[in-house]
Ligand binder design. Sequence first.
Ligand SMILES: [Fe+2]
Ligand SMILES: [Fe+2]
Length: 260
Amino acid sequence: MSFDIDTYQRISAKLEVDDIDFSAFETSPLAPDVLRCLRYMHDVENHTVCYLRDILVTRAHRDPEVTSFLTFWNYEEYWHGEAIAKVLAAHHEDAGSGRIAALRQRLPKRDAWRPLTFQLASAITPHLTAVHMTWGAVNEWTTQAGYARLAKLADHPVLSELLRRIMKQEGRHIDFYASQAKSRLTDSRAAQRLTRWALRRFWAPVGSGVMPDEEVHFLSTYLFGGEEGLSVADRIDRRVDRLPGLQGLDLMRGAVATAA
Ligand SMILES: [Fe+2]
Ligand SMILES: [Fe+2]
C-alpha cells in the first residue's frame, strides 16, 4: 500500500456536481431517515476544517507530505459538504453556512480545549501522528462504507451517483491515511501501543462529540445495524486488525452495540 502525493496533488479536485440533477429530488424526494443521515454527513463533512485545526497544532505539521495531503483533503471534504447541502436544499431543508454556524455555536465547552490537548499530547509523545493517521484511516473507512450503505438503503439514482463520486474521493483519503498508519505503526512498537490504547479508550464514530449522541446512535444502527450493516462493520474491523499491533479492537462492532 503506497501513496504518491504528487499524483494526488494533480488529481485532487472540487467535486463535480454541475451535471447532477438536484431538481429530481423535488419530484422524487428522499425518505426521512435518509435525510436524517444526510444532515449528519453534511455537518460532519463541514467540520473537517475544525479537525484540521487540531492536527496542525501537533508535530504532524512538520511533515510536508502530511501537510500537502491535509491541504487537498480539507478542500475536497469542504465540497462534499457543499454537495450534500444541495441535496438538503432541494428538500427545502436548512443547509450550508446557516446550519454550520448554528452547529459551531452548540459545540460543547470542552471543544475549545482540543487544540491545547493535542498540542500537549504532541509535546509528550513523538507518536501522536501515528495515532492521527490511524484514526483518519478508520474514519475514512467508516465514511466511505457509510455512504455506500446509504446509497443502497436510499435506492435513488441521483443520490447514488452523487455518493459514488464522493466515495471515489474518500477512497484516496483512505489510501493516504492507511499507508501512513501502516508505515508509522510498522516502524515503532511504542506507536502501536499508544495507538491501540487511544483507539480503545477514545475512538467513537466520526461526528461523535460534534453531533448529539442520539444522532450518532441513529446513524450507527441505521447504516451498520442488521445483517448487511454488521457485515460491513465487520469488514472495517478486519481492516483495522490488519494494521500492525491493532488486532482484535472490534471498534465498529463495539460502536454498533453501544448504539443499539
Ligand atoms: Fe468526505
Ligand atoms: Fe474523506
